[in-house]
Design a binder for this molecule. Structure first.
Ligand code: PLP
Length: 394
């Protein structure tokens, strides 16, 4: 058989070697403790599961759902945005439920990108922005996220010939993998830039509710006129520990929502309705689980940062997101440091290079690891020694 050339563009997974190493260790009966998984370990709150079970018993929900989502869900999403951000949305035109944010992120590229077109994509970044651009026949133009600019992209140095063919700009705050956050000033500059060059903005914001020390991240749609030129992807995955249920949403510009809805109605048949009812319960029911979970993540964050700094790995405590973006110590690159942590102390982290060229020199540690294992993982990390620096000094 002959596969499409498109399939050749799906690069082989970068972590093959590391994953092989983990698998070999586990096969030998060694316990590898992983800080590499960005998936909340805490269960979905019980009242949400209760609603899901109830809805699953109702035969109405055994049939095809509507692609555009239950009107009550679109209303619940609009109400939640209003309550949380003071952003008002028309549930008929400016809200579209998704089978998880990732699904919408992957598909919207096909609404904008023709062969030869560019999308501006953050580097390091969530891999789907670039991959969907490529699959649609376009080319990602990478915007470096540098620590000295607080991991915000610079919009000033993009060549004109790139901008002329650019259809989409991707941004993501609170950011995966760097844990960086953005404020109104940045979002306003993005709106201004996008209007000037007629570029549609996709802000990916699944971590606005995972925040610490009383910090409240903003929605991109709080920036003046953001709705004229952009949308925001959001998700119930990280907010309510619902990654397994696959439900998210995109909100904002009505034309962009309509285009994605037209594409999706030809590809999928909507979100299982029982899950839509669970989402309504999540968005409109009690919200106290969010604060409780953030307290847990915050404690973990502080412990992880403390241990990293003790062993000579520079890391700052993020204000939001589930991730610590830590600097690889002297003498290693990201893949080498990851392998050395595995070899020395049986701890797995994610090498930053997996998120793009500018992720080199960093590793990502996820805060989604529960207590007995976390403590054990931390005491192992504390035992790591930088053997390369020592050899240099000798
Ligand atoms: C987790 C994550 C998503 C995907 O969320 P789902 O709704 O589970 O598909 C999207 N973007 C970023 C940056 C993420 O980290």
């Amino acid at each position: 058989m002959q596969f499409s050339r498109r399939m050749d563009k799906l690069a082989p997974y970068l972590f093959v070697e590391i994953n092989k190493k983990i698998a070999e260790k586990r096969a030998k009966g060694e316990e590898v403790i992983s800080f590499a998984i960005g998936d909340p370990d805490i269960p979905t709150p019980p009242h949400i599961i209760e609603r899901l079970c109830q809805a699953a018993h109702d035969p109405v929900n055994h049939r095809y759902p509507e692609t555009f989502g239950l009107p009550a869900l679109r209303q619940a999403i609009a109400d939640w945005y209003n309550k949380r951000f003071g952003v008002s949305l028309d549930p008929e035109k400016e809200v579209l439920p998704l089978l998880g944010a990732k699904e919408g992120i992957a598909h919207i590229s096909f609404c904008f990108i023709d062969p030869g077109d560019n999308a501006l994509v953050p580097d390091p970044g969530y891999p789907v922005y670039g991959i969907s651009t490529t699959l649609a026949g376009g080319k990602p133009y990478y915007l470096p996220l540098k620590e000295n600019n607080n991991f915000l992209p610079s919009l000033n140095n993009i060549p004109d010939f790139v901008l002329q063919k650019t259809k989409l700009l991707w941004i993501n705050y609170p950011n995966n993998p760097t844990g960086a956050t953005a404020e109104l000033g940045f979002f306003s500059r993005v709106v201004e830039f996008a209007k000037k060059y007629n570029i549609a903005v996709c802000h990916d914001g699944p971590y606005t509710e995972v925040a610490f020390d009383g910090y409240k991240p903003m929605s991109f749609l709080q920036a003046p006129d953001a709705k004229d030129i952009g949308v925001e992807f959001h998700s119930l995955s990280k907010t309510y520990n619902m990654t397994g249920w696959r439900i998210g949403m995109v909100v904002g510009n009505a034309q962009m929502i309509d285009a994605l809805n037209r594409l999706k109605s030809n590809l999928d048949s909507g979100i299982p309705q029982a899950i839509q009812y669970a989402a309504i319960e999540a968005l409109s029911g009690p919200q106290d689980s969010i604060e409780a979970h953030n307290k847990i993540y915050q404690q973990r964050r502080d412990l992880v940062v403390e241990v990293l700094n003790k062993i000579g790995v520079q890391a700052r405590a993020p204000k939001a997101s589930l991730y610590i973006w830590a600097k690889v110590p002297e003498g290693y690159n990201a893949l080498e440091f990851t392998a050395d942590l595995l070899d020395q102390v049986n701890v797995a982290v994610t090498p930053g290079i997996g998120y793009g060229r500018n992720g080199e020199g960093y590793v990502r540690l996820s805060l989604t690891i529960a207590d007995p294992l976390l403590v054990k993982g931390l005491s192992r990390l504390a035992g790591w020694r930088n053997t390369r620096r020592l050899t240099l000094k000798k």
